[in-house]
Design a protein around this ligand. Sequence first.
Ligand SMILES: Cc1cc2nc3c(=O)[nH]c(=O)nc-3n(C[C@H](O)[C@H](O)[C@H](O)COP(=O)(O)O)c2cc1C
Length: 573
Amino acid sequence: MAVIALNVLAQVARYKVDMLMPYILAIASILLANLFVAFFHKKKDYFAFGISGVALLGSISVFLLPQIGQFYLENIIEGLYFGMFLMAIVPVIIKIKPFTFFISAKDYPQVIVNSNNFLKLNNLMSVIWAFLFALGIIFTAIPYANDEALQTIIATLVPIAFLIMVGIPLNKYLPGYLMQNAAGERIVFSSLAEAGEAMPYGLSKELSKGLDTVVQFEMTGEEAGITHLNIKDQKCEYKQEAHPNPDTVIKADSGIWLDVMNNKLSGDKAFLNKMFEVEGDATILLIFHDLFTPKNLQDIARYEPRKMAYDYKSFRPGQVKNIVVFDGGPRSKKFSKTTFMADNFVAGAKSAGATVDYIKLSDHKIRHCSGCYTCWTKTPGECIYNDDMTELRKKYRQADLVIFASPLYVFSVTGILKDFMDRLLPVMKPYILLDEKGHTKHPDRFPEKGEQGFVVFSAAGFPEVEHNFDGLQGMFRLWDSHSEHMHLMGEFFMTAAEIAVQPVYANRLKLIAEACFNGGKDVVEKGVIDKKDMQAVSFPGVTRTRFQQEADNFWETLDGKAGYLKEVPTLNT
Ligand SMILES: Cc1cc2nc3c(=O)[nH]c(=O)nc-3n(C[C@H](O)[C@H](O)[C@H](O)COP(=O)(O)O)c2cc1C
């Protein structure tokens, strides 16, 4: 009010300062009184301090330093913005809470207001406001028109319009943006209630995209009670009551859960050690930690999707009618992820009308190849050993589509599958074919089938395809390029397979089952497998550091126990 009065006086008297003296003195006294009152009541009204301070100094200088006083009176509006500029910048410089702190504190729970992060973000906001007020000074000082009255009107309106148009949206959206993106640190909660209240403000917009889920917490112990978080439309709501239809229910002792929330106890470890229980969709646990972690602390070491550059063979729709699977893994259906994939592929192929012969090679008697070449010399096409391979070779020759399934063992296939493949030598002749691409091949001894296709399935412990699968993949691709009639139609490589049986990966296993099923159906119906399905299987759905933690925890829980085949959850196929 005082500044407006000063401004009006200056305008009315056309800057004839002498006439104004008594009024200015009165206004200066009011400003001084205002400052005293604010100071003694310890009011954190920086607005009043900044504006009144500048106005007071300006009015006093009218008496003591007339030249500066004259200058001030001629530029009262600039002085107003200068006051606001000081109000925004001075607290940041002298390291006290900035003006935005007190405004925004009303919208946040105490635990957030007390955090260092909150102070940092408000400092940043205040610096931005200081910049806007500095622009206010410039916009007021710019000459817009020759006419004095018009100039006064424009010079008054432009900065106000600017501050409204830029400042208001900035005030609305910037805090949220900064909360998400500016450097942050973890808040340590002293209770679960405190954590619950803070969580809606810490939800990562990016990671919660598309998420629509209700997580219920059923706590026992010190903070016993039921609460839930409803995460939807990139927003999160915390309620201290039960939800009628939660997607996930976490049952824990409140002290343990508080430790998990504060990152004092690894959630994975606590889960594997059965320190809390999860009912319903446990997938949320995979991202729960990152979902409420400041962006700079989130685990960003994510895996890239597998590159799918290979030129796989396509057949005519309906060309694949009979399929034989050679499963070279030593584990049973209950535990083998390789078998899990091949089984789902077979189900898809059968649904499209194919007949399938599933052969578990470990159930058969297959000797090692002796390297005698008798099958190429004395008895062409016949091996010196008359074991199960005699029958299996026939099945290999007669199938439209051969499936090679093997877990990844030492970056390659298992010994079981390798023995089987070595013993396929009799189906080739020793002579040499040179194809147009420069590949050297042996001709097929029994070309009665014409073109045949093959598909590879392999599950591995490590989470990456590149490097890890290079050996196995390379061998099968050479089988493709160096065979006369056997063509590679697809490769399904499941990464991070060992930890995938945990309930948190239920969705991943479902996706893998669907992708393999689609592959089997498509290869029969369309004669081609969609690369997206092969790619989906390989995506580990976990970051590098999380993989490390989870794998270590997984094996640690088994350390010294009865054994894998007793302790690890089985696959439900
Ligand atoms: C002898 C042996 C060698 C292994 N070598 C590798 C390897 O080179 N790379 C890898 O990622 N995993 C390796 N693993 C882990 C297996 O690939 C993993 O346990 C996989 O889930 C096995 O597939 P399955 O579930 O179908 O049996 C190896 C496992 C064994 C027992």
